[in-house]
Ligand binder design. Structure first.
Ligand SMILES: [Zn+2]
Length: 395
C-alpha cells in the first residue's frame, strides 16, 4: 500500500468506520474469491471492492456478450468479446485503487490449489450446478467458508457453508438440486456414440458419427460432458473437432432467465454475509439457513437445514473412515458404477482400487476385494475422490 493510499483510507472509508463494531483492518487483511463474474459476481465484486476487502480473486472463463449487458454492471459495449474477469478487475482497480485484484480467465476447476489456499471466503456466483457442487466439495476439503448464491428470474437463493458447522450443498442435494439435472448428467446410460448423437438431437443439434466417436475416446459421452468439458481435455482433440466442440459448448450454454434487480438484491445480501464472516462473529449473526427470495410474492423464506453426518461430501464419518458401501462379488464394475451413480447422484463415476482404474466389464470377484478395503470414486462432481469402504454382501 502506498503512503497516499494510507492517508486517504480514513476518509475513503469514513462512513462505514462509523458503524458500531466495524473493523476495517479485518477487511483489508482478507482475500476473497468471486467465482463466476456474471450478474451476481459483478455486484458482489463491486461491493467488496468499494468496502475495501484487501484482495479479490476473480475467476470466470467466459467473455462479455451483448446479452450480459442488461445486468452485468461492470461491463459496457466496449468490453464485448473480452474476458469478464480481466475487464472486471480493471474496473474495480479504478473504483478502489487501494485494493489488489487478481483475474483468472479460466475454469475455476483448473486453478492451482494455492490460489484457493490463500482465500478466506469463496463466493460462488456460478450459473450451473456441476461447478457449484465441485466448488462446494473443494470448500469442505480445504476448510474454506463458501457463500453460494444463485438466481432464476424473480427467485434467488443464498446459502453459507461453514465447514464442520453448517450443512453443505450436498447435505440435502437430493431434495434441492433439480432431478432432471441429476439424471440428464449420467454418462453410464450412454453406451455408444449413437446415444450421444440422439441426445444432442433433443437440443436441436446435429453432429456426425466421426465427431461423436472422437469425443467418446475422451470419455465425453453426454451433452453434459460437452457442456462442462475442461479446456485441457479439449486440447487433446484435433483443431477442427475442437472448434466444433467449442461451438457446441456455446449452443449448450445454460441460459437462465435473469434480472439485474434480483442480482443486485441477492448479491447485496451475499456481500453482507462476507463482511460478517470476515469480522469473525463480532458483527452480527451469519445466515445459517437456506435463504429463498421470491420477488413476485415479496417473500424471504429461511429454510432450516440440518447438517447430515452421512453426507458424502461434508459428513464426519465419510471424512474420517469412508462411506460403507455393499458389494456383490457377482456384479461387474459397470453394475457397481450404476449403483454408485444412483446412490450418490454422481454422473460419471470412475473407480480406483489399489491404484488400478477399474474397467466396466471386469467382475468384482476377479479382484478378490476384502471387507474393509477402500475403493475410491473419482468424479467431476468432487474436488477429491469419494472413498467407499467395502462391505461384502451375502448372495
Ligand atoms: Zn454435506
Amino acid at each position: 500500500m502506498t503512503n497516499e493510499c494510507e492517508k486517504e483510507l480514513m476518509e475513503r472509508y469514513d462512513r462505514q468506520l462509523r458503524i458500531a463494531g466495524w473493523n476495517q483492518a479485518k477487511l483489508m487483511e482478507a482475500t476473497v474469491m468471486v467465482a463466476g463474474v456474471g450478474a451476481i459476481g459483478c455486484e458482489v465484486a463491486k461491493n467488496l471492492a468499494l468496502m475495501g476487502v484487501g484482495k479479490l480473486i476473480l475467476v470466470d472463463n467466459d467473455v462479455v456478450e451483448l446479452s450480459n449487458l442488461s445486468r452485468q454492471m461492470l461491463f459496457t459495449d466496449e468490453d464485448l468479446g473480452k474476458s469478464k474477469a480481466v475487464v472486471a478487475a480493471e474496473k474495480l482497480r479504478k473504483m478502489n485503487p487501494c485494493i489488489k485484484v487478481d483475474a483468472y480467465f479460466e475454469d475455476v476447476r483448473r486453478l492451482d490449489q494455492s490460489i484457493f489456499q490463500e482465500t478466506r471466503v469463496i463466493v460462488s456466483c456460478l450459473d450451473n450446478w456441476p461447478v457449484r457442487r465441485w466448488l462446494n466439495s473443494l470448500a469442505i476439503e480445504l476448510n474454506k467458508v463458501l457463500v453460494d448464491s444463485s438466481m432464476d428470474g424473480f427467485y434467488a437463493n443464498l446459502q453459507v457453508v461453514i465447514p464442520k458447522e453448517t450443512p453443505c450443498l450436498e447435505c440435502h442435494g437430493d431434495d434441492l438440486i433439480p432431478k432432471e439435472i441429476q439424471i440428464a448428467e449420467c454418462t453410464l446410460r450412454k453406451k455408444t456414440p449413437k446415444d450421444l448423437i440422439e441426445e444432442l438431437k433433443g437440443y436441436g443439434i446435429e453432429i456426425g458419427l466421426k465427431t461423436a466417436e472422437k469425443l467418446f475416446m475422451l470419455n465425453i459421452k453426454t451433452a453434459y460432458d460437452i457442456k462442462y468439458a475442461q479446456a485441457s481435455l479439449l486440447e487433446k482433440l484435433d483443431g477442427k473437432v475442437r472448434k466444433e466442440v467449442q461451438e457446441l459448448q456455446e449452443k449448450l450454454k445454460p441460459r437462465m432467465p435473469a434480472l439485474q434487480c434480483v442480482a443486485a438484491l441477492i448479491s447485496g445480501i451475499a456481500s453482507t454475509e462476507v463482511i460478517k464472516i470476515l469480522h469473525e462473529g463480532t458483527l452480527g449473526e451469519i445466515i445459517k439457513d437456506l435463504l429463498v427470495y421470491d420477488g413476485l410474492s415479496n417473500s424471504f423464506t429461511f429454510v432450516h437445514l440440518e447438517r447430515r453426518g452421512d453426507c458424502f461430501v461434508c459428513g464426519d464419518a465419510v471424512r474420517e473412515e469412508a462411506v460403507p458401501f455393499p458389494l456383490r462379488l457377482s456384479e461387474t464394475i459397470l453394475e457397481l458404477k450404476k449403483r454408485i451413480a444412483e446412490k450418490f447422484s454422481i454422473p460419471d463415476p470412475e473407480l480406483l482400487y489399489k491404484r488400478w482404474r477399474l474397467s466396466d466389464e471386469q467382475k468384482l470377484a476377479d479382484l478378490s476385494p476384502q471387507a474393509g478395503d477402500v475403493i475410491y470414486v473419482d468424479t467431476s462432481r468432487r474436488f477429491m475422490p469419494l472413498p467407499l469402504r467395502i462391505e461384502i454382501m451375502e448372495e
